[in-house]
Write a protein that binds this ligand. Structure first.
Ligand code: HEC
Length: 104
């Protein structure tokens, strides 16, 4: 009986771990949050992407830009004075998903 209990605990732990890993997935919501977060790219100033692109307005075509990630990093390094993001991160993927979601 004890073995069954241990097994149950291990399975629950795995399930819990699995769902927290899921929470780390890229999403449009996360991208939107980061877009409006002045701390993006470890930025120390009070400027977020949303300061110049409020609500992502005027960015309906950005999602089709093949250099989207580079463009995002250019704005992180420039106005935000932050560190560019690696293209394979959840943060960058989320930002790209958010910008693509703005396409009309
Ligand atoms: C100080 C104002 C400012 C801030 C803050 C800013 N941008 Fe920009 N962004 C611009 C300007 C100006 C352009 C257009 C000129 C250019 O191409 O460099 C632009 C262009 C872009 C484009 C290309 C648009 C297109 O249609 O292809 C993307 C994508 C973009 N910004 C994303 C971001 C993201 C993501 C952030 C936050 C990390 C951000 N911007 C923060 C001023 C800003």
């Amino acid at each position: 009986m004890k073995k069954v209990k241990i097994c149950f605990v291990m399975v629950s732990a795995l399930l819990l771990y699995g769902s927290s890993a899921l929470a780390e997935q890229a999403s449009v919501e996360r991208g939107k949050e980061l877009f409006n977060n002045p701390g993006l790219g470890a930025s120390q100033n009070a400027i977020s992407c949303g300061t110049c692109h409020p609500g992502g307005e005027g960015m309906e075509k950005a999602g089709g830009n093949p250099e989207l990630a580079a463009m995002i990093n250019r704005c992180i390094k420039g106005p935000l004075k932050g560190e560019p993001l690696d293209e394979k991160t959840v943060a960058m993927e989320s930002l790209e998903m958010y910008l693509k979601s703005l396409a009309k």
